[in-house]
Design a binder for this molecule. Structure first.
Ligand SMILES: [Zn+2]
Length: 51
């Protein structure tokens, strides 16, 4: 299975090690971590501070 990578410059998913003349990062699902079950509570707490 090929690893998906993401370009840090244009945020495109790619299989290349570089894009936009920069190294790409491995596209692990940092934005959605199923193990981080407290993430949404942290977000709620962060939001409530803004209100
Ligand atoms: Zn790019």
């Amino acid at each position: 299975m090929k690893k998906m990578r993401i370009c840090t410059v244009c945020e495109s998913y790619t299989l290349s090690l570089s894009h936009c003349q920069e190294k790409t990062s491995s596209a692990h699902p940092l934005r959605y971590n199923p193990n981080d079950k407290y993430a949404k509570y942290r977000r709620m707490a962060k939001c409530s501070k803004h209100s």
